[in-house]
Design a protein around this ligand. Structure first.
Ligand code: GLN
Length: 377
């Protein structure tokens, strides 16, 4: 079966199809992780994106039931240099191809992924399409030219939960599986903008009783819920388009301790008066170096974002705490007055290094200090 990648600027690649037979549109981006393809596929932040993996062999260790980062797969299409159809791993339950089929995701292999990535690096991430089956290039080029841009899209509505729920599962350990939740010390409200499960597992692990809320939940409902803190998740799309979240977050700032990751970070910064912009090709991978400006320590981080917070009109009360060493973009902030911090990268890893897990502990400490102070006053 043929497989096609066609970019909005007319450039195309022909290879072999695998996974789902059909056609799918999205923004074409690349991810430099050597492992973690199942986590990439199931990260809701990839909604409306077609992902190219730079690692040349993908599928080697199959897929399993435990490495899901959400209940489904969200990418629109998956591009690899070489798909391995015969996984070899004790945890494998199925092949990557079957997994893509199950979630109706077209896959293309046998294309020059280096050339595709260089094109995106030079021209920027752009809309396009992926097609598996027999198609005519000229027709696909016409269709690809019409695919909408990521800028201005609120995609949170497509991936957030529909009603509140409690989360209990703890972190996963080799040979032990998922841990039971610890006896919780604090109650937190989590805004689900497209949350990855490992954030919830780590919050549970660090002593939080976790209640997850749909993205549109009014701030008032959270304030009436007797929570000790608020957590704001990752999620897809353009942060500037999620205007209802800016309003709700603005009403919660200063009232409860707050921690935001990725889209959560961008939304908090916007609620504080900062603005976001689109990066040329984004940061997607598990080896992005981030510097903690206070300690000088470098964290090697997991990342997946196409937008960033601008330093140009940062409000006075915002302190930049972390920067990316590749391009010096903002990777973390804290508030000068209120118990609030956010990071652009993914301290929950999944996939990726665990250098940044400390931020979950930092949040627990922040919530504990705030609660103690409240009791004293
Ligand atoms: N992982 C995320 O939360 C991504 C945030 C946002 N959609 C971006 O691409 O920048």
């Amino acid at each position: 079966m043929n497989g096609y990648i066609v970019l909005a600027d007319g450039r195309y690649f022909v290879g072999q199809g695998f996974g789902y037979e059909g056609i799918s549109e999205g923004e074409i981006v690349f991810n430099t992780s050597m492992t973690g393809y199942q986590e990439v596929l199931t990260d809701p932040s990839y909604q409306d994106q077609i992902v190219t993996m730079t690692q040349p062999m993908i599928g080697n260790y199959g897929v399993n039931d435990e490495d899901m980062e959400s209940s489904a797969a969200y990418v629109q299409g998956f591009i690899v240099r070489e798909y391995v159809e015969t996984p070899s791993n004790f945890r494998a339950c199925d092949t990557l191809g079957n997994f893509l089929q199950r979630y109706k995701i077209p896959g293309v292999q046998g294309v020059d992924t280096r050339a595709l990535v260089r094109h995106i690096r030079e021209k920027g991430a752009m809309p396009g399409l992926i097609a598996v089956g027999d198609y005519d290039i000229a027709t696909l080029q016409k269709q690809a030219a019409q695919v909408s841009h990521m800028s201005g899209k609120d995609l949170v509505a497509k991936v957030t939960c529909t009603k509140p729920y409690q989360w209990q599962q703890g972190v996963w350990k080799l040979e032990e599986g998922f841990q039971d939740s610890r006896r919780p010390e604090f109650r937190i409200a989590v805004y689900d903008f497209g949350i990855k499960y490992n954030m919830l597992r780590l919050l549970t692990h660090y002593g939080f009783e976790v209640t997850v809320f749909p993205a549109t939940t009014p701030a008032q409902e959270i304030l009436e819920g007797d929570f000790d803190g608020v957590f704001l998740s990752n999620g897809p799309g353009d942060p500037s388009a999620v205007t209802y979240a800016h309003k709700n977050i603005a009403q919660l700032i200063g009232k409860l301790p707050m921690f935001g990751i990725c889209l959560g970070h961008q939304l908090v910064c916007t609620a504080l008066g900062a603005s976001t912009y689109k990066l040329k090709f984004g940061h997607r991978g598990v080896n992005q170096p981030v510097k903690d400006l206070k300690t000088g320590k470098i964290e090697i981080t997991s990342q997946n974002h196409g937008f960033a917070v601008s330093t140009e009109n940062l409000p006075d009360q915002v302190q930049v705490t972390h920067i990316n060493l590749n391009d010096e973009t903002v990777e973390g902030i804290s508030h000068k007055k209120y118990p609030l911090f956010t990071v652009q990268y993914h301290p929950e890893a999944s996939a990726g290094p665990h250098d940044s897990e400390c931020h979950f502990e930092r949040f627990a400490e922040m919530v504990a200090a705030y609660k103690k102070e409240k009791l004293v006053n």
